[in-house]
Write a protein that binds this ligand. Structure first.
Ligand SMILES: C[S@@+](CC[C@H](N)C(=O)[O-])C[C@H]1O[C@@H](n2cnc3c(N)ncnc32)[C@H](O)[C@@H]1O
Ligand code: SF4
Length: 414
């Protein structure tokens, strides 16, 4: 029987669940897989019962033990000089041991470069708890050899590549060498094909690069993206850096110009076999799937379906608030990647994660979500309001131009 890639992935996953294809020398992971799947069902239960205290635990964690980056990209908060935060290794290890037993995915960054985030600890803990990485990198430090080391634990690698024009790239991604990044990508993509690891590319849509998106598609294809079945995702620029006020493409180009740039990119994507998503507010959104994405056949693939299901069945409750947690290197816990002060849920230096997860603040936050009495940040957040199943209320007017989901997770690109 012919199986589509997605079906083959599901089949792999079921085999994995049953441990049929696992060599006898490897420990059984049934316990973890059972916990992960039971956790997905429990999320639905918690939503359906409108509970204040939740039996489910976050399926997706964003955490890095530091917020260090080697670049100062002009649109990123790092450009403004973030104070460095570091969590003690022992504290980070304890925290990961508390949270990861139920987690499927870990995004190991804190508005920072994960290759600088004690990657050995991250890999050890992912191995120990059978967790996979949703890994966003600037690819300055990730060559083919490093990629091989990460590959067994990657759910998907996302490479930030904002421009195919060397000068523009180096202006946007201040501190990076275009030549070095391109060389690294050239090494990574054939290995991704060999090991069946999904690799996608992310570009922030800015005044500086808007006109070059068709060439960016060609560059990715030339570097091996077609064989790797890579995709390119354009994401809206969040207002993250004080130093970057002039880079908004929507204030600079008119709708016709922007449509021309995006349609040219779609055209090249079709020709070169690179899937393309312009995750931008209408009328600028474009979505062109030209090849079946690679799938790992792991529980995290089902997490994607869980997120879609919660969006459809419980559109009033932010899907990120239901399945995600962000912990900063200073220990602060938030229910989403945007991490506004308003949504601070506690600090793991003061309480265990368990105490925070069902503590007063999380309970009050959930009550407000169920009542659609949204905190200010949520009212205009696109993670909530751009869900096509979401219905606007006077408290949460539909805000297609509102702030997009946050980059640390690539807008939760999965
Ligand atoms: C914050 S970075 C962290 C991971 C890694 N250092 C990197 O650059 O990929 C994650 C993603 O956010 C994107 N990003 C940075 N500033 C942004 C902004 N103001 N709006 C939207 N995305 C942004 C980056 O380009 C990158 O793709
Ligand atoms: S976008 Fe990534 S690479 Fe650039 S400064 Fe921010 S964290 Fe560093």
């Amino acid at each position: 029987m012919f199986l589509h890639t997605g079906e083959a992935g599901l089949l792999n996953w079921l085999l994995h669940l049953l441990d049929l294809e696992r060599p006898h020398s490897m420990p059984s992971l049934k316990g973890k897989l059972h916990r992960e799947t039971a956790n997905y069902f429990t999320v639905i239960h918690d939503l359906a019962s409108e509970a204040d205290t939740w039996k489910s635990r976050p399926a997706w964690l964003e955490f890095a033990p530091n917020n260090i980056c080697n670049l100062r990209c002009i649109m990123c908060g790092q450009a403004d000089g973030l104070p460095v935060q570091r969590m003690e290794r022992e504290t980070a290890a304890e925290l990961l041991d508390q949270v990861l037993p139920h987690t499927s995915l870990l995004t190991p960054s804190a508005l920072s470069e994960p290759m600088l985030a004690d990657i050995d600890l991250i890999l050890d803990k992912c191995e120990q708890h059978d967790v996979f990485l949703n890994f966003h990198t600037n690819a300055t430090l990730l060559d083919g050899e490093c990629f091989r080391k990460l590959a067994p634990r990657l759910h998907k690698l996302w490479i930030s590549l904002d421009s195919p024009v060397p000068d523009v790239f180096e202006k946007i991604r201040a501190g990076a060498s275009f030549e070095k990044v391109v060389q690294n990508v050239r090494e990574i993509l054939p290995i991704a094909v060999e090991l069946n690891v999904p690799v996608g590319f992310v570009a922030v849509f800015m005044r500086e690069n808007a006109a070059h998106m068709d060439q960016l598609v060609d560059l990715i294809a030339d570097l091996g993206g077609t064989e790797a079945r890579s995709d390119l995702r354009l994401q809206a620029m969040l207002d993250n850096a004080v130093s970057c006020p002039d880079s908004d493409p929507f204030g600079h180009f008119d709708t016709t110009d922007l449509a021309g740039f995006l349609d040219a990119a779609v055209e090249r994507a079709r020709i070169r076999g690179i899937s393309f998503l312009a995750d931008l507010p209408e009328p600028h959104r474009r979505s062109e799937t030209v090849s079946q994405p690679r799938v790992r056949g792991i529980a995290a693939d089902l997490l994607v379906r869980l997120i879609e299901a919660t969006q459809e069945m419980y559109p009033g409750f932010c899907h990120m608030a239901a399945t995600y947690t962000k912990i900063e290197p200073d220990g602060e816990v938030y229910p989403c990647c945007r991490a506004p002060v308003e949504l601070r849920m506690g600090n793991i230096k003061d309480q265990s994660f368990e105490e925070i997860w069902n503590g007063d603040r999380y309970q009050a936050f959930r009550r407000r979500m169920f009542a659609k009495d949204y905190p200010d940040t949520c009212r205009t957040c696109s993670v909530l309001t751009l869900n096509p199943h979401f219905r606007a209320t006077p408290e949460a007017p539909y805000a297609p131009g509102g702030p997009s989901s946050v980059p640390g997770t690539g807008g939760r690109s999965i």
